[in-house]
Design a binder for this molecule. Sequence first.
Ligand SMILES: Cc1cc2nc3c(=O)[nH]c(=O)nc-3n(C[C@H](O)[C@H](O)[C@H](O)COP(=O)(O)OP(=O)(O)OC[C@H]3O[C@@H](n4cnc5c(N)ncnc54)[C@H](O)[C@@H]3O)c2cc1C
Length: 584
Amino acid sequence: MTSTCDVLVLGGGGAGLRAAIAAVEADPDVRVAIISKVYPMRSHTVSAEGGAAGVIAADDSLDEHAYDTVSGSDWLCDQEAVEAFVREAPEELLRLEHWGCPWSREPDGRVAVRAFGGMKKMRTWFAADKTGFHLLHTLFQTSLRYERIVRYDEWFVTRLLVDDGRVRGVVAIELMSGRIETITAKTVVICAGGCGRVFPFTTNANIKTGDGMALAFRAGAPLKDMEFVQYHPTGLPFTGILITEAARAEGGLLLNKDGYRYLQDYDLGKPDSRPVLRSMELGPRDRLSQAFVKEAEKGRTVDSPYGPIVHLDLRHLGEDVINAKLPFVRELCLSYEHIDPVRELIPVRPVVHYMMGGIHTDIVGATPVAGLYSAGEAACVSINGANRLGSNSLPECLVFGARAGRAAAEYAAEAPDHDDAAAGHATAAQARDEIRRLEHELQRRDEGREPISTIRAEMQQTLEEGAGIYRSADSLAKAADKLHELQERYARARIDDHSRTFNTEFVALLELSCMLDVAESIVHCALRREESRGAHQRTDFPARDDQRFLANSLIHRNADGSMRVEYLPVTVTRWPPGERVYGR
Ligand SMILES: Cc1cc2nc3c(=O)[nH]c(=O)nc-3n(C[C@H](O)[C@H](O)[C@H](O)COP(=O)(O)OP(=O)(O)OC[C@H]3O[C@@H](n4cnc5c(N)ncnc54)[C@H](O)[C@@H]3O)c2cc1C
């Protein structure tokens, strides 16, 4: 069966919902569909805790937000994109307010803002520590006002259809029935989120398997800056559950095994530094995660069954502040660690949190493939460069989701209709191929083959060991070899469930294939970048090298499946490369 729309948004998270709303608002005739492998409110955006950055305070300015973002990115971002971002972020956040988002407020009624890592002014809007829930809910209920937005909830996209260099639609599985369908579209906007699950310890939900990145990559769109993977310094050790940066913004301290605030030893300021916003616990995530590794090397971390940990201390904040500003942090600690942060220290370690890299787009979300757009964590526009600042991602989803939605609607209005016979024929042939492939995959039988779980676990371990917080040519080359082996083993792996109704094992099989492709792109890009910048730290090339690498990496997939990396110089508008200074 085939269905048709003009703009097909792949993903019902913050970026996808914002893109869909922008598309219908831009054009009264456009037919929009949102397709999502989970019900939209279960997208990862829902779990964002800390907040969304946008200049609103009287003592703040757009230039300061831009500068913090540029220096935080270690100068690898596109400064034109950053300028658009900081300008439009407050507008988007206010729009959300008008759509009903319950932002936390000061006693006098003004929108409250909190400090966040690497932001030198208070500019992070929040809804207690459940910002993502409220933001997503606001977008979701706004999207319901538009009958022209059709939804495919719990449908899994397996392939982009591209003919003659143009996107034609997707093939997807309806998870409830196992039915495989073609949905043709004039444009596809990929808002399919990140890929943290390629690593073993991550704050990311199970669904974050890089599907959108892999689908675009396979369809001929390059991925950008895949070597830049963000570790968040404070995840719970076993589950990887995030303890939001807001905990440190409210005054939480990081202590080593001696109860010492070790960050003062890593050029991140001193306990008495002024202003406090620039120092220590509120340094950027890359620096804090790197300091943790150094501290472990000095033997000053605490051993735990899940590797070394340090402690996050909130006790001095008191029960009232914790309940008012960080209720979710308390709930998570009680449920998952059986500790109460009002009285006890929280064990934490760096965990993979966010992907700076993604599908290469321009400033309106267009990729090099005609009709293919992308926004949100799946995309790399890039405002995050080598290191994203906390609370920039949610507004990025809004600003660039809206831009991509509008641009896609415009493109669809000009694109020829679907009844172009030759194109329709080629698209139908591709769709038939994909349906045959999926039917074949579903039948992978036992015959002594290995299950997919071992391949997935080995892939995650390989990435942590080979492409973790610190990397080297040696560790990355080993990881590349191992991933090659895992791709071969994947081709022979089995699944045990061959049924059609909600076959989660089948979905896991398809997701693993996406993760392996994404993992290979991370490792290849990391191997090529012979410098250290932001989240990419090479022990064999410890310095930043602007001469060779003030450029975004673009990884392409060749027709034979091999990969090729090119570099695209970054756009510098007003802030030439400088030193990243914190704590001073
Ligand atoms: C625990 C946590 C806390 C965070 N806190 C903050 C914060 O406080 N501030 C901040 O700025 N950022 C935060 N972030 C980052 C931020 O939340 C994410 O980067 C952002 O929400 C991503 O939104 P998205 O719309 O791009 O993707 P997602 O919200 O991940 O949505 C992806 C969508 O794509 C769909 N999809 C994926 N693959 C397929 C497929 N094959 N077929 C069909 N559908 C598919 C999914 O169903 C889903 O609807 C946090 C992240 C985490 C993990």
